[in-house]
Ligand binder design. Structure first.
Ligand code: ZN
Length: 222
């Protein structure tokens, strides 16, 4: 009996976890998106990186947040612990009016780190999903006063609040229409990517799981 359960345990560890098939029409492809964006892009950002896949994913995801058109968002490399992070520029929170506030999307500058590799190994479709998450943070900050943003920054240090905020941010990206893209990225992180168990657990703790996202999408038929 003991041997049987050990076998079952090992099989569970080794068996690949079958993901939900993403509906064909929901998969965004770089070439198609790039061509369409050349005609419609809302030029709201400046970029200090040359990765065209990520920039195109950013521009595509930004289209789901029309309220951010005209908002200054700079994308650059930064010393961060995660793959990507979005935040307001601190001096801009203090000195600028809300309508002139500036934002940053930071990409992990250590290209050899597992967090950066997660991004570079992701499909284009998945890249739109993670950009959709970061832009959901910016869309949220753009509705907040400077004082509220500072308060949010302090509360984010608490694990319970961080989990609530990150899962809510995932929900926003789903509601805006990037559910399958976010599913694609989350599935890549949790089930496919070669990352440490510690980072995988971090993602499972604070973000929606791929299964939660696909359940929600299948229920709402998005
Ligand atoms: Zn986030």
């Amino acid at each position: 009996m003991k041997r049987l359960s050990l076998f079952a345990l090992c099989w569970c560890c080794l068996a690949p976890i079958a993901g939900q098939d993403i509906p064909e029409e929901q998969i965004l492809r770089y070439d198609e998106v790039k061509t369409a964006l050349d005609r419609t892009e809302c030029a709201t950002h400046t970029a200090e990186l040359s990765n065209d896949t990520l920039l195109t994913a950013f521009a595509k995801a930004a289209g789901y947040y029309p309220e951010l058109c005209g908002v200054t968002i700079k994308i650059r490399y930064g010393a961060i612990k995660t793959s990507m992070a979005a935040r307001p520029v601190l001096w801009s929170v203090v000195f600028n009016k809300r309508s002139h506030r500036k934002y940053l999307i930071l990409i992990n500058k250590n290209a050899e780190s597992e967090q950066a590799r997660l991004l570079y190994d992701a499909s284009f479709n998945a890249s739109v999903g993670v950009m959709g998450h970061e832009l959901a943070h910016i869309a949220d900050y753009s509705t907040q006063s400077g004082w509220k943003i500072i308060g949010t920054g302090i509360r984010y240090l608490g694990k319970k609040y961080r989990r609530k905020m990150e899962r809510q941010t995932d929900s926003t990206a789903i509601e805006r229409g990037m559910g399958w893209q976010l599913y694609d990225y989350t599935y890549h992180v949790i089930h496919k990517a070669d990352i440490s168990e510690k980072y995988r657990q971090y993602k499972l703790t604070y973000y929606l799981t791929p299964e939660e996202i696909s359940d929600r999408l299948l229920k709402t038929d998005r």
